[in-house]
Design a protein around this ligand. Structure first.
Ligand code: HEC
Length: 135
């Protein structure tokens, strides 16, 4: 019976540990995303000049691939000033931190409202179209 309780306990721990971890990871990932300036090229919600929100990146298809990209694929020594992705060595972002970043990026979504739902913008665009049609 004691053994059975132990198994139940281990089972429960296994059930909850990933949930607890993922909550912590994502928050830390968000800080890392800001601290390392990822937002400057990828936007605060992953919809910047190089979009990575909405799970569109193939590199984000696995954690291992993402970490390899951070270490190897990214530009080792970009000319300054540069828009190319800098290299993040293990000394800069260690594997654990990279996992947190990975978890955070996977939560990023980009759902801009439709133009039809922003009457003032729709009005401006309609007027601009009318103006160009009349020219
Ligand atoms: C100076 C601009 C810049 C910064 C800062 C930057 N990136 Fe990038 N990132 C890029 C560019 C450019 C690409 C696409 C070109 C390439 O493959 O290198 C890219 C590609 C990526 C991709 C793959 C996207 C795809 O198209 O599949 C991921 C994921 C990514 N970056 C994550 C990050 C993270 C995480 C950080 C911060 C630790 C970061 N980037 C910081 C410029 C930047």
């Amino acid at each position: 019976m004691k053994k059975f309780s132990l198994y139940v306990f281990i089972f429960i721990v296994f059930l909850y540990v990933p949930i607890i971890n993922s909550a912590i990871n994502t928050e830390n990932g968000a800080s890392l995303y800001l601290d390392h300036g990822c937002y400057s090229c990828h936007g605060y919600n992953g919809s910047g000049r190089h979009p990575i929100a909405n799970n569109i990146s193939g590199i984000m298809s696995s954690e291992a691939l993402f970490i390899t990209f951070l270490r190897l694929r990214a530009d080792l020594n970009p000319l300054k000033p540069s828009n190319s992705m800098p290299n993040y060595s293990e000394a800069v972002i260690n594997d654990e931190q990279a996992q947190d970043l990975y978890a955070y990026i996977n939560t990023l979504t980009d759902n801009p409202p439709q133009i039809e739902n922003i009457p003032i913008l729709k009005n401006i665009l309609d007027n601009a179209i009318r103006k160009t049609e009349n020219e």
